[in-house]
Design a protein around this ligand. Structure first.
Ligand code: BGC
Length: 406
């Protein structure tokens, strides 16, 4: 495998800047039948193209995957704990599942990798959804109880905690657009869901902090929103954009002000006119997800998060591209990192960059077709094939500098 050659004009990141890659339990582990997503994948009439099944069998193959991540030169691995394994029924905790995640933490450490543990990444145990899920206020208490149990069991080895991954995607896609479980389409429910998530984050933060001194934050799905309107319609376009932000992002900035970091997750940008979102022009360069190819979106989102959280340190906890052309992945990440450097130059405290995703994996309703991974996975054999971009980004991480692509 060959990585692209570099010139000597590397631009350095600050000392201590962290480099990693991420996965989520349901997208890679396999066999997570006890959560709402498994049920959704098998329910007739949803937009899911295929079930998650064995996924990448990361539940059993994590030692190999973590060793490979370390061999690239990354210093951290972000993965999630599957609540439905740890607490398969109300109040029944599985020591065997907790031990499994503790072994993952230990395996990271043995490989010189800092484990970054996410407590909730889209999936919720069936027994929780059956009692109202994320629109039932008491779910926040249940999440706090589970978080405390995980933090106590995983111990000091955890390097950073992410409480909830993109709560705004669960609330928007699951409760407003109806395309994620529970398939509701009601903006009041979305608002209620956001409220419960804010409270769940607070409870998890208190619970984790009572037993762990590791830094903690929440992560948010962000898109750069730009205006596409003549001056005469600018105010209307701004109003449309602000109303989109109000539902999607704004509910989560204030609660993050008490956190150690804020997780920015960005894939693309969108434009607003006086009448709302503007569809990309037919000749727009798009990714396999149909998103506009816009690595520069990350910079705009970091700036907004920094401002809106009143300067909570930023960690890029997800950024990446689904493509079959791996050189496009390098181009994308290179462009995104140029934006990170501009933010750093302006004094924004960005602490690290995490590529989504380590493996080609289960992309929710889209199934296994979109390939975000630094490592390809042949699901008929579970064979892993690292891509050149993995070596390239690993070299960037090792140099702690943005090595130019030629
Ligand atoms: C989610 C991931 C997902 C990725 C790419 C993020 O919204 O956290 O689970 O795979 O985006 O779509």
């Amino acid at each position: 495998m060959t990585a692209p050659p570099f010139t000597s004009h590397a631009v350095a990141f600050p000392d201590g800047f962290t480099w990693g890659s991420a996965t989520a339990a349901h997208q890679v582990e396999g066999g997570n039948w006890n959560n709402d997503w498994w049920e959704w994948e098998h329910r007739p009439g949803t937009r899911c193209v295929e079930p998650s099944g064995d996924a990448c069998d990361h539940f059993h193959r994590y030692p190999q995957d973590i060793a490979t991540l370390a061999s690239f030169g990354f210093d951290n691995y972000r993965f999630s704990v599957e609540w439905s394994r740890v607490e398969p029924e109300d109040g029944e905790f599985s020591i065997s599942a907790l031990d499994h995640y503790r072994r993952m933490v230990e395996t990271c450490r043995e490989n010189g990798v800092v484990p970054v543990v996410t407590l909730h990444h889209f999936t919720t145990p069936r027994w929780v959804t059956e009692s109202g899920g994320w629109i039932n206020g008491s779910t926040a208490d249940l999440f706090g109880r589970y978080s405390e149990r995980v933090a106590r069991h995983l111990g000091d080895g955890v390097g950073r905690w992410c409480t909830i991954n993109e709560p705004n995607m669960v609330s928007t896609i699951g409760y407003l657009l109806g395309e994620f479980p529970p398939g509701r389409t009601d903006r009041f429910l979305r608002a209620k869901c956001n409220e419960v998530f804010v409270s769940a984050h607070r409870k998890a933060r208190d619970a984790v902090k009572s037993v762990s001194s590791a830094p903690l934050g929440i992560t948010l799905a962000m898109q750069e929103f730009l205006l596409d309107a003549p001056d005469s319609e600018r105010h209307q376009a701004e109003a449309k954009r602000d109303s989109a932000w109000a539902g999607l992002e704004d509910p989560f900035f204030e609660v993050a002000r008490g956190d150690d970091f804020f997780g920015v997750q960005t894939y693309t940008r969108q434009y607003f006119s006086a009448t709302g979102r503007v569809k990309p022009a037919p000749d727009t360069r798009v990714t396999m997800m149909g998103y506009e190819f816009s690595p520069e979106a990350l910079e705009g989102c970091i700036r907004r998060a920094w401002e809106r959280t009143d300067h909570v340190p930023i960690l890029v906890t997800e950024n990446g591209i689904a493509t079959t052309d791996d050189s496009e992945r390098i181009e994308y990440v290179h462009g995104a990192l140029e934006g990170v450097l501009r933010c750093l130059k302006d004094g924004i405290d960005v602490r690290g960059y995490t590529y989504w995703s380590l493996l080609d994996n289960f992309e929710w309703v889209f199934g296994y077709r979109p390939t975000f991974g630094l490592i390809g996975v042949d699901r008929s054999t579970q064979q892993r094939v690292p891509k050149p971009s993995a070596r390239w980004l690993g070299q960037v991480a090792q140099a702690n500098a943005l090595l130019p692509i030629q």
